[in-house]
Design a protein around this ligand. Structure first.
Ligand code: 4NP
Length: 179
């Protein structure tokens, strides 16, 4: 929108988190990132969604173990519903952030001609180390879900920190001008 006073709002950064089923890792990552974004007051600057590369669980709520894990950390993800990655996602989001290398390969293979979204591993993009994967907890137990939460929440914290840092580029400049 233009011509409305002097308020200038950067376009939102649109992040889509991708795993296989969209019932374990990516909904937990979505919940963790949403909570961190809201706590930092960045909800107008960052949009977060999640999908799966597979279709088995489309329409399902997150796995009960994922819901319980998020709830232990104060985040309610019970209202989320799984959906499958679509061609439109490749243009509607800025970044498709994948839980593991298999997801990354599937997302790359599904990119339609002219796709604009960039594709990376979630943890690598969040600065958590090259080639780092969020391990699939589906056949695991509570400890595996807790480990996923720790990984995705640390990534969420790092992402929010980076966005916050990018939001305050003028502080030193202001001081210099005022001096
Ligand atoms: P997610 O976990 O990719 O983290 O949601 C899985 C969920 C379902 C299946 C595999 C992984 N599945 O084979 O149905």
């Amino acid at each position: 929108m233009s011509g409305h006073g002097q308020e200038r709002q950067a376009p939102p950064l649109r992040l889509l988190i991708v795993c296989l089923g969209n019932i374990c890792r990516s909904p937990m990552a979505e919940g963790a990132l949403r909570k961190r974004v809201e706590a930092a007051g960045l909800d107008r600057l960052v949009e977060v969604d999640s999908v799966g590369t597979g279709s088995w669980h489309v329409g399902d709520p997150p796995d009960p173990r994922a819901i319980a894990t998020a709830a232990r950390h104060g985040v309610d993800i019970s209202g989320l519903r799984a959906r499958q990655l679509s061609a439109a996602d490749h243009r509607d989001f800025d970044w498709l952030l994948c839980a593991d290398p298999d997801n990354l390969q599937a997302v790359r293979a599904s990119a339609p001609p002219g796709a604009s979204a960039r594709i990376d591993l979630l943890l690598e993009w969040a600065g958590q180390g090259a080639q780092q994967a969020v391990p699939d907890p589906y056949t695991g137990g509570d400890a595996d879900f807790e480990r996923v939460w720790a990984l995705v929440d640390r990534a969420a914290l790092a992402i929010v920190g980076r966005i916050e840092a990018a939001q305050r580029p003028v502080a030193t400049g202001d001081r210099r001008i005022d001096a």
